[in-house]
Design a binder for this molecule. Sequence first.
Ligand code: ADP
Length: 711
Amino acid sequence: MFQNLKIIIKRQKRLILIFLFTIFLPSVTLSIFGLIALRNESYRFEQQFRENQINLIDTIRTVISQQIGELENEINSLVRTPSLMNKEYQEINTLVENHLEEHHLSGQFFLAYGENEPMFPPFQGEESGFKSTQVKEFSSHQKRKLAEAENYEFIQKNYPESISILKELLKEIEERNLQAQVLNHIARNYMKQDILDKAMEYYTEIIQDYPNTRTPSGTLLPISVHLQRVECYNRSGLQEEALKETLLVFEEIIKNQHHLSENQLSAYVSMAREKFINIRDATPEMISSDTAYLNDFENFNNSYQKILNKWKVISTLKNECIKDITEEAVQNGEFTEEVYRYSKRIGGEEFLIISSQIPDKTKKLAQGIAGISINNTYLKERILAELIRKAGWNAEDSINVTDMSGQIIFGTKTASSKADRITSMFKDNFPPWKIEVSGNQTKPFLFSAMFKSYYFWTILAMMAILGFGIVITGRIIDHEKELLKLKSDFVASVSHEFKTPITSIKALSERLFEGTVKDQKRLKEYYSVISQDAENLSRLVENILDFSKIEEGKKQYQFEETDFIEWLEETIRNFFSRTTGRRFVIHKPEKDATSRIKIDRNAMKLAFNNLLDNAVKFSSEDSKIRVIHEKQENKLLVKIMDDGTGIPKNEQAKIFEKFYRAKSALDHSTTGTGLGLTIVKQVVEAHGGEILVESEPGKGSTFIVLLPLFT
Ligand code: ADP
């Protein structure tokens, strides 16, 4: 095996050298260079990626600091406006409403003067500590009259009397707020008597003519009037009107959100909600016919939720933050223009607050602070998200912002290694956040870069060429190996082929020489065997000589015009005359005048002798060999048929290759060299014909020779 390889390498030295110098070495060298270049390229990409990371962080920091800075400037100028210095609440309210509320980043505004309760304009409900308008009260005379009417209404249940006192009182009152309240009392008395149209008349008047009326306790009259009207419609059986009216209650609540305390807000909303739900459940068909009612209801609920959130912020500011800030900001009472930044995580939410001192009139001392909480949601979900999106990053898994304790504020924390991560803080540590860009994207990023690189494709092409070269060389070596084996088999079988007839000729001729064999029949038999062996030897030599000529391309044919059929029959008979004891039959068609063709008689004889010899060799002695010849169109067809061993399908193509002998031939140690059919094919093809085989193992074989007729 190893020996074989050595021989092959020796024989194919040139091929191997060509492969080494034209394919192997250039491919390997180029691949190594390519790999080095690719490594550099990937390093460059990594650097670029890092730069991108840093740029992104810088942009985030700059933009956010800028936006917060703008808001700080706003606060700083606001504290020095006369309205804040002089505590002109009405003015402050308008300022905040018109100015700060529009700033996207601004959350809740607050004011804290000295030790006073902090205020949260524009919210003016009690809890916000801020009331910009004062409500007039009834005079003591009017109060007495009102009490009298209430006595009739609540104790004596004498509603007409109560109404007449109230109507009288109405004439005396000039203040619109108070007038509206008396009108409300009158309507209530009508309601109690079930005089609904009258009640409705008064309620409508209040809504239309006294839209901004407030009770002495600061609540808004129109909201409770709308609620009463719902009741009115309900009692009159006007369900749809009642439903619409509940929605009006909601509208009024939302519109007046800044004028209600948190408690008032939730009380009104729950009343309106209850009424809406009652009507909805009582009249499902009405609701389903018009989805607008439900949509409106849903929208109002959402708005209510938002207001509640604002109140939550107010209470957090009030209870948890403002005291801290005031202590820090107004330490020695001297006024400074500094902006105070405050941050705290409360209940899972980050509070970022900026504030400034409010100077007194001399601008020397601080009389309090004004500040604003930063709208964190906007900061995260709009500004941050927008920046990251614009930078073209798949943000969620590669960028995150955490607070100092590592709690996530934006994004999701990735488990990428520290080495791949870039962390950065905000300027002045405000917001006190860490921005982290993870290197998670480095790898896919590199891969995509790699596919774009020429080096990568060069390496790939080189590898492919190398692979191709290896396969081809491998095949050549395999083929050589096979040939080598066939040749060594050939040498063994040729020596055997020679040895057998020579031994037989030698032994028989010695017997003849001794002169002991007298029997004529015996003598004839001896001579025939000797002649047959000599014929076999001669064919063997002829085969080998022909083959080597063919191999070297030196074979030359001498074509002579021949009556082919006649020639063929004679050749067959001659063959069988030497083959003792084999039966044969020739099926001939009507003799045809056109069977004359040009052939090299010697070569053709060798070919047919080989075919006949195979037929004899691979079939049993008692079987018959049949030869059929006929004319087919412009071809002559000769079939040589035997009932012998046959040839398996997968070997049928191979038997025409040089030295090839089928497995069964080897197994049964039939004599042969594997050259016979190679020569037959060469000869037939040299005559412009072709050779085919039809065979089935165990049933015999038919070799078909087709030769062109030249008419
Ligand atoms: P060989 O010297 O072995 O006969 P050939 O080239 O003439 O060489 O034939 C190649 C092989 O083809 C044979 O070894 C045999 O296996 C197969 N073969 C050829 N002719 C026949 C046949 N008539 N019947 C069965 N096998 C055959």
